[in-house]
Design a protein around this ligand. Structure first.
Ligand SMILES: Nc1ncnc2c1ncn2[C@@H]1O[C@H](COP(=O)(O)OP(=O)(O)OP(=O)(O)O)[C@@H](O)[C@H]1O
Ligand SMILES: [Mg+2]
Length: 377
């Protein structure tokens, strides 16, 4: 395949992209109210992804970053999402928050159902301006690098107060704030800072982000995420920027908070060790699709997809001496031109005839699903 695009092709791509984006945005604006609502397949889930497709209409073609992803997040549980760099983990979570880079980033198909307190909604069909009521209050995001997501020129306390202030009406209804006065909001902020293990909460309230250490900043971010008692906290590589001891503390903190406010956690990470320790269920993504999902025990004790097996093999094990750490041979296919056969075929040692077709998802057990043609799994 050549990466060369002629000027004529480039003009055609730009034209096609513009048309596709206009169509999607127009459709979204004109949907009937009923299309924005939804019904959960299982009332015990807080989020259900159903055949989600998120594409980026770029000048070099359509990047199918997420291309038919389905999985559930049961209420109050931790779902670990793993996969190599570039396989669509962040794009999947940004689709849920509707924080995709517009206009090129668009949800092109599928549903994301959110079990909101006043009825299930389809996030994929929600107008961007309506997302303000959902983001922060029902879905909260903890980013990898708090220094880039906290405002450097605003005091920590004020930033937390602002989030509560934005959602104060709903928070009062839900009994999280007793009234919407400044004093009550400040009290809740201090309480949140204390809940994430910041001992000098009153002091930190008046500090700027740069006055805190990396671990403390991450705690402040988590305080902001949990202050509204969201249904789901999405943590995208929450500990990658931290050193190992602080990592362990932050993970402990997340685990404790989850039980305390009965929130779900979607934990996105490269670190299979972290997932093993934290997650109830695991979703393995490869090239924009889910190749395997199941309980943490399913995935760790009996991984079925050759890709998952490869990921496990490439994880260092303390105490085991190896000359070189294993790495899965080959590369992820180009997301602009995905093959029409199993995306993993060219890297797979079990590849055979059937792999000329993308494998449908099938059950390994009641809880364990895999997309692979291999027998005996
Ligand atoms: N704004 C964008 N425009 C075009 N392509 C994008 C954009 N954002 C992401 N992509 C593409 O979408 C694909 C998935 O990216 P994503 O960031 O979701 O990967 P990831 O699994 O989160 O990787 P990592 O583990 O490195 O964080 C990649 O091929 C990436 O290049
Ligand atoms: Mg990412």
């Amino acid at each position: 395949m050549s990466n060369y695009i002629t000027a004529r092709d480039a003009r055609r791509i730009i034209r096609e992209n513009k048309r596709a984006i206009d169509d999607i945005e127009k459709r979204l604006k004109t949907l009937p109210a009923s299309a924005r609502k939804s019904v959960m397949r299982d009332a015990d889930n807080i989020v259900e992804f159903d055949n989600l497709r998120t594409h980026f209409f770029t000048d070099s073609g359509v990047v199918k970053a997420v291309d038919g992803v389905s999985f559930d997040v049961p209420r109050g549980s931790t779902v670990g999402v793993v996969g190599e760099s570039g396989c669509g983990k962040s794009v999947m979570s940004l689709s849920l928050m509707r924080l995709l880079q517009r206009p090129q980033g668009q949800i092109t198909d599928g549903e994301i159902r959110l079990n909101a307190p006043d009825g299930a909604i389809n996030i994929a069909n929600t107008l961007p301006e309506k997302m303000g009521d959902i983001r922060g209050a029902l879905l909260a995001m903890i980013f990898q690098e708090p220094m880039t997501s906290l405002n450097p020129v605003t005091r920590i306390g004020q930033q937390l107060d602002e989030v509560l202030d934005l959602h104060k009406v709903k928070l009062k209804e839900r009994g999280i704030l007793s009234d919407d006065s400044k004093a009550v909001i400040k009290k809740r902020t201090i309480e949140s800072l204390e809940m994430v293990g910041i001992s000098n909460a009153e002091g930190v309230y008046g500090m700027y982000p740069h006055e805190l250490s990396g671990g403390m900043r991450q705690r402040a971010m988590i305080a902001m995420a949990m202050s509204c008692e969201p249904l789901l906290m999405i943590a995208d590589e929450p500990t990658t920027a931290l050193d190992v001891t602080i990592q362990a503390q932050i993970l402990d903190l997340l685990r404790g908070l989850k039980d305390r406010i009965n929130a779900g956690i979607m934990l996105i990470t490269h670190d299979l060790g972290v997932v093993a320790e934290m997650a109830d269920t695991v979703v393995v993504m490869y090239a924009g699709r889910v190749v395997e999902r199941g309980t943490a025990t399913d995935i760790y004790k009996s991984p079925a997809h050759p890709y998952t097996v490869g990921l496990m093999k490439s994880k260092p094990i303390p105490g085991r001496k190896v000359r070189r750490l294993y790495s899965i041979p080959g590369r992820v296919p180009n997301p602009v031109e995905m093959p029409d056969y199993c995306y993993f075929r060219d890297r797979c040692e079990y590849a055979r005839g059937e792999c000329d077709e993308y494998p449908p998802e099938r059950d390994v057990s009641a809880t364990h699903k895999v997309s692979c043609w291999r027998d005996g799994i």
